[in-house]
Design a protein around this ligand. Structure first.
Ligand code: ADP
Ligand code: MG
Length: 285
């Protein structure tokens, strides 16, 4: 039986936005054992698991790329996976294991060879063209490896641009964009162009652009590939904060296990198939 005091303490810290890593560090420093801390985190995530609701159901999904008439590359083989509302899921695996393909299929950037992806019980690949545009615009926010910011727009304007696409008026967009920059700690960089920002700042602005969407899903494909380890950790913590504060479901693709493990669950792909699904009961430290 886990000490209830410990569980209450963890909940309280999370409410104050203290990272899981810091919570564990604090608990260890006042003498709690690794075992007790682990089981408290495990109990919290089990309760979360009991209450979970499926957002994305992936059923028998396969994707083959046809290089020429007779040469086909199987990129995904019969994937079955449920992703829950509010979950922070990571997808890991070696280069070429199918991570990007899976993310692109969920983001409606590509179409499957067979199988289906249901989002809120609807088969997204059967959407009409107009619904697809709506889905890409409003449902799924992408964060890419090469930040993909608009070079000739400032950080503020990049976010305003996204809000305008969503249909917000000029004044409301500016107001909302400023709030987002403040949340990201980028308010002093509002008028800087991407080339005047560091890699870490550019990626934070890209997170801001994803936040500007009224989407409840954020898809991040190796977002830290061009960041150093400090900025990478900041980015992963920021994604966790976005997950908790804005209740966004996050799918993070990363080949680095120590970052992948900071998500609620980790799916490992190998040669286009699911090798393992890990429940991360306590953060990696
Ligand atoms: P990962 O993101 O894990 O590195 P990918 O999803 O990009 O893997 O690729 C999975 C497999 O599909 C690889 O063998 C890759 O070469 C192949 N592939 C990916 N995209 C294409 C494409 N557009 N055309 C042909 N083959 C592709
Ligand atoms: Mg990839």
């Amino acid at each position: 039986m886990t000490d209830q005091k410990l569980i209450d303490y963890i909940h309280q810290c999370r409410e104050f936005k203290i990272s899981d890593e810091d919570i564990v560090r604090n608990l260890l420093s006042v003498g709690w054992s690794h075992n007790l801390i682990d089981s408290a985190f495990a109990e919290i995530s089990l309760k979360f698991a009991a209450a979970k609701e499926i957002l994305i159901a992936i059923n028998n999904l396969s994707k083959e790329y046809e290089l020429s008439k007779n040469i086909k590359t199987p990129a995904l083989k019969n994937i079955n996976l449920d992703i829950y509302k509010g979950e922070f899921l990571s997808i890991t695996g070696h280069s070429g294991s199918g991570k990007t393909t899976l993310l692109n299929l969920i983001g409606l950037i590509d179409f499957p060879t067979s199988g289906e992806i249901l989002v809120n019980n609807e088969n997204i690949h059967k959407f009409k063209e107009k619904e697809k545009v709506e889905y890409r615009l409003k449902f799924a926010g992408f964060i890419f490896q090469f930040f993909n910011l608009l070079d000739n727009y400032t950080a503020l304007e990049n976010i305003i641009f996204q809000l305008r696409l969503q249909g917000y008026g000029r004044r409301k967009s500016k107001e909302k964009a400023k709030e987002i920059l403040k949340f990201l700690g980028l308010e002093t960089k509002a008028n800087s162009y991407p080339k005047e920002l560091s890699g870490g700042e550019q990626q934070r602005a890209a997170v801001g652009r994803a936040l500007a969407k009224d989407s409840f899903l954020i898809l991040a494909d190796e977002p830290a590939a061009h960041l150093d380890s400090k900025n990478t950790q900041n980015l992963i913590s920021l994604l966790r904060e976005v997950n908790v504060k804005f209740k966004k479901t996050i799918i993070l693709v990363t080949h680095e296990l120590n970052y992948a493990k900071q998500a609620d669950r980790t799916v490992e792909l190998k040669d286009g198939a699911i090798l393992e699904i890990l429940q991360n009961s306590s953060p990696h430290i």
